[in-house]
Design a binder for this molecule. Structure first.
Ligand code: A2P
Length: 334
């Protein structure tokens, strides 16, 4: 691959920082690197490959001469600035939800639908974090046995909410341990020592009573699998974990799969690691997945309430496979 001029929009954010680490770690061929954020961060320096890079303010003119722009600066920022980047001939890989369901924008998980990238018109969308880790596990099962319905409950880490959400959890832990009243801004109730069945923290609900995060899992799964017949229902839940989303996934298939067959299929699936040895208490968990690139699956068992369904537990680093890594894998496909 020829070295590219790369821009990272949202470089000072939680996901932007991970993007820089992944670009370094995977040695993505970079001719020059532009770091973009809001006016608040203009002039700050960030280290990349041992050198200081000065952060610039993101503007409509930031993308002249840029080949690839990786966006993680919120939906509004992507909606406003990605078209300017595309107009200047740059390919945008966008981590926000702004473009995901646009029929002209491919929604890509490289292990699942890499060919979709070819249809881009300047913008490619990176799916929702919880959806990505679920579909890398669903895809090989769908190919083997045709999935009819998925019932998922998530246990999502606070880092998915950005730096303010992480800070709020730690401030609340400190306050509560000191016997003080916890302050809530990002979350409607304390997330410390708690479990909140509502993501995002505000303006969460859609007309049907599901949250927007839940409807992302419903709609994006169908788009990525390229199959509208797969029925999905989701309950998305925030838990006081720093990083690493966990999911309880029930998968109903047309053709019956035994737990052993599923383990065998998933052990050969790209980007998936089976951790499933109940006798030795081996199962995936968030602390172990933090910092890793793979998606981990375990607790695979045949659903006792259904003749052709499986239950499983799926865990991945929401900032890596759920965000930065998947974005850079898409850039690598280009
Ligand atoms: P900044 O640090 O200057 O506010 P997080 O998800 O961790 O909160 O990070 C959000 C990222 O998006 C940060 O890099 C932030 O920059 C950037 N960002 C937020 N709003 C804008 C904006 N209007 N223009 C450019 N970058 C923005």
């Amino acid at each position: 691959m020829n070295p590219k001029v790369v821009a990272v929009a949202g470089a000072t954010g939680v996901v932007g920082q991970q993007m820089l680490k992944v670009l370094e770690d995977r040695d993505y061929p970079i001719k020059s690197l532009k770091l973009l954020a809001s006016a608040r961060s203009k002039g700050k320096t960030i280290q990349f490959k041992g050198e200081d890079v000065v952060v610039e303010e993101l503007t409509e003119n930031s993308f002249k001469g840029v080949d690839v722009a990786l966006f993680s600066a919120g939906g509004g920022t992507s909606k406003k600035f990605a078209p300017f980047a595309a107009k200047d001939g740059c390919v945008v890989v966008d981590n926000s939800s702004a473009w995901r369901m646009d029929p002209d924008v491919p929604l890509v998980v490289p292990e699942v639908n890499p060919d979709a990238v070819k249809k881009h018109k300047g913008i490619i969308a990176n799916p929702n974090c919880s959806t990505i880790q679920m579909v890398v596990v669903l895809k090989p099962l769908h190919d083997a046995a045709t999935i009819k319905r998925v019932v998922v409950a998530t246990y999502q880490a606070v880092s998915g909410g950005g730096i303010n959400a992480i800070n709020e959890m730690y401030e609340q832990i400190d306050a509560m341990l000191a016997g003080k009243e916890p302050q809530c801004k990002e979350f409607p109730y304390p997330i410390a020592f708690n479990v909140l069945p509502q993501i995002p923290g505000s303006n969460a609900y859609t007309d049907n009573g599901y949250t927007s995060e839940e409807m992302k899992m419903v709609n994006e799964t169908k788009k990525i699998l390229g199959d509208d017949s797969v029925r999905v229902t989701a309950t998305t839940v925030r838990v006081p974990v720093h990083t690493g989303h966990s999911e309880s996934v029930n998968v109903e298939t047309e053709k019956k799969l035994t737990a052993d067959q599923a383990r065998d299929i998933l052990s050969k699936a790209p980007g998936v690691v089976v951790q499933d040895d109940p006798a030795n208490q081996i199962f995936p968990h968030a602390l172990d997945a933090h910092g890793k690139y793979d998606t981990f699956v375990g607790r695979i068992r045949e659903d006792v309430s259904h003749p052709s369904a499986l239950d499983m537990w799926v865990v991945s680093d929401n900032l890596l496979k759920g965000a930065a890594l998947n974005t850079i894998q898409i850039a690598e496909l280009l």
